[in-house]
Design a protein around this ligand. Sequence first.
Ligand SMILES: [Zn+2]
Length: 326
Amino acid sequence: MMTKAYQSIDVPFEYRHTCWFCGEPYFESYAFMPSPNYEQQAAPVLLPCCEECYGFCHGLKVSGLDLLRDKVKEKLHRKYEQHLQIGVNWTREELAASEFEGKALEGFRESAWAMFEIAKERVNYSGWPLTIDGLPVAGLTARFQIEFDGIVYTSLAHATEQLAQAYAIPQSYLAQVLEVVGRQRLAYAIRFAKSTGGASEEEREASIRSLQHLVAEEAALDTVDPEASAGVDVALDDIQSLIIARIQVMPQAIHWALTHGITTLHQLSAQEEAFFDDFMPESELVAFTYFNGLQVYFEKRESDPHWAARQDPNRDLFAKINSSQG
Ligand SMILES: [Zn+2]
């Protein structure tokens, strides 16, 4: 019996003429052989490619199809980095409203969002499930992928590299912050690293230590019911601003917490997204500064109950919430 020279993957009807990697129009099939060939694959697998992905595949030596896919995606990310960053730097509305001058810039504005959308679709494209003669190709995994802001990255390391670049954060610092807070809090890690990453090395080390401390506190409180009680109606003017550990705690932030019935670090972290939704429209820096201030405030109240009960200038307001709890 003759062995087939090639194995062709099954291509569903609606995907004829489509690149398996990125969804662009078909150009040529790439004959993939693993290297090193751990599974002793006998014949190359033919993968439909667009012209660009076909080019990327050449020169890649990897031991499996999912690694090949990831490397092609990483090359797409790198090549279209500028296009993908359009989404980071502008929303569609901002781009439409921005007042670019001159013909060239006008053209840029019109095409920029389209370029972003195309690049995003290509890097996010997940292909179709691979089968050969109806049998699923084993061992193809997407479990290391991570999505942020609607864009898929091949791994946490890949996301860290690209997002550090996009947000102008030192890459090793973002990686350190992520190690402390965990990959499921990527958005928080970026905000934190962005607002503290410009400082000196000593200050960044101090930021990492305080972050470790906060995360440990949150973990310790994890057994406490995070449900916040009903908020109280408090006037902004009745709230006093304060400075703790050289960090200013803004009345607006305290007001938000009180009206949402939030009195602990743990409740605050459970409502983190809601907090940022409310303050991001003012600016990312404002939102982060407010949040950071509240964290420090609640940490102080929790670690020093005597202070919270006797000296905190807003103690009467917090007492209102505590007395409405029951
Ligand atoms: Zn392609």
